[in-house]
Design a binder for this molecule. Structure first.
Ligand code: GRG
Length: 300
């Protein structure tokens, strides 16, 4: 089997396990009203690449841990990512009608229920992070507590929410530096947290966690650069979301600022830097690095 098929098989296997765990972790009636349970389920079931949970599990595995032990963490991060997409699509934000190849949640369930489903997913994520295994192991408790902090900071006002606030607050005045800062918060922070949380759950030493963090910061930047290129070059059907929106809205993007070829070179440079960080950690020959390559070479 060639390397590309092998990776595809790995991604499919992890996606299947993640999808099952996500559905099992969602609240359901009678403890949760069916309207909000259905709305949360709709957006989780719509799929998506599951990049962040896959990254989290691959990171746990790369540092020698058991990926199954990182599954609740991986699901919590996908809940947060899905909440962010639901809220980003709202009329008050990006006002989008297509996501993950389906109508957006507010189109299907109304704005109020979409807001609540997002709130529900964000809050359930932290319930999941706080849930302890049946047998309490102090080492696992300490890892889970540390991971909760990492994820909260990445998702909160100094991370993803802050990045979204910068985006809402006036993108026309953005230059290359402010664009990088916005994306480091809005997109890269949660991608970084996914890899770091996986490494922590996998029991990595602090020096290794730091190198995984450095590599994942570059994965996050590469992800955004490629996202911008796909927005210019992709088609809505392939992307599962409205293509060309950023350019049409006059938003600053990497291709708009640097041109498509230079943007591609920047993404390749991110990958090289990430590989150097993972090599220093002895993790270059792992699925973690394969996922970095997938981020750059993907077509949706
Ligand atoms: C509402 C607090 C709040 C934050 C929203 C994530 C986000 C911040 C906005 C989404 C807007 C956007 C298109 C950002 C570009 C990068 C990005 C996060 C793309 C979507 O992630 P994928 O491609 O989505 O991993 P799937 O559907 O595959 O999970």
């Amino acid at each position: 089997m060639n390397a590309a098929d092998d990776l595809q098989q790995y991604l499919t296997a992890r996606r299947t396990a993640i999808d099952a765990a996500l559905l099992a972790a969602l609240p359901s009636p009678p403890s949760c009203p069916s309207a909000v349970a259905d709305a949360m389920r709709f957006s989780i079931r719509a799929g998506g690449k599951r990049l962040r949970p896959i990254l989290c599990l691959a990171s746990a595995e790369a540092v020698g841990g058991d990926w199954r032990q990182a599954m609740p963490t991986a699901c919590a991060i996908e809940f947060i990512h899905t909440y962010s997409l639901i809220h980003d699509d709202l009329p008050a934000m990006d006002n989008d009608t297509l996501r993950r190849g389906r109508p957006t949640l507010h189109v299907v369930a109304g704005e109020g229920m979409a807001i609540l489903a997002g709130d529900g997913l964000l809050t359930e994520a932290f319930a999941l992070l706080a849930r302890m295994p049946a047998t309490i192991d102090p080492a696992i408790v300490a890892r889970k507590l540390r991971v909760s902090g990492v994820v909260a900071v990445a998702a909160g006002a100094t991370g993803m929410v802050g990045g979204q606030a910068l985006d809402l607050g006036g993108s026309s005045a953005m230059n290359a530096d402010s664009l990088r800062v916005m994306h480091s918060k809005k997109t890269a922070a949660l991608i970084r947290a996914a890899a770091v949380a996986g490494a922590i759950m996998g029991g990595a030493a602090d020096a290794i966690v730091d190198r995984v963090d450095a590599a994942a910061a570059d994965f996050g930047l590469a992800f955004q650069i490629v996202d911008d290129i796909l927005d210019v070059e992709g088609h809505s059907a392939q992307l599962g979301k409205t293509a060309g929106k950023d350019a049409a809205a006059g938003k600053p993007t990497y291709p708009a600022l640097y041109g498509v070829d230079a943007a591609r070179t920047m993404a390749a440079e991110c990958l090289e830097r990430a590989e150097r960080a993972l090599t220093a950690a002895g993790l270059a020959q792992t699925r973690l690095m394969d996922i970095g390559r997938w981020i750059v070479n993907r077509s949706n």
